[in-house]
Write a protein that binds this ligand. Structure first.
Ligand code: SF4
Ligand code: SF4
Length: 78
């Protein structure tokens, strides 16, 4: 059976999202209320690509995600 790595854009998942704790997360992202990049897709902001804290996130674990840097690459490819 194929894994379903499609993350729904829900309030519950937004609360779990660790992006605001990430070293990449910046003022532009905050001002645009960006987060949950694994569901909503890439950021519209410029940023320095340092670390990604997605593996610390319950959403990443629950949906069996594989990749990192969803803010740059967009949603997980199923
Ligand atoms: S896996 Fe990453 S992008 Fe997705 S909710 Fe968690 S911290 Fe945010
Ligand atoms: S997707 Fe990963 S790299 Fe991008 S802001 Fe979220 S935790 Fe950081």
């Amino acid at each position: 059976m194929q894994n379903n790595r499609t993350v729904p854009n829900t309030d519950d998942n937004i609360k779990k999202c660790q992006c605001p704790e990430c070293p990449i997360y910046n003022k532009c992202m905050k001002e645009n209320d960006e987060h949950l990049f694994c569901s909503k897709g890439i950021s519209q902001c410029d940023f320095n690509k340092t670390g990604c804290v997605c593996p610390n996130c319950r959403v990443w674990i629950e949906y069996q995600l594989i990749s990192l840097f969803y803010c740059e690459k967009g949603v997980e490819k199923n």
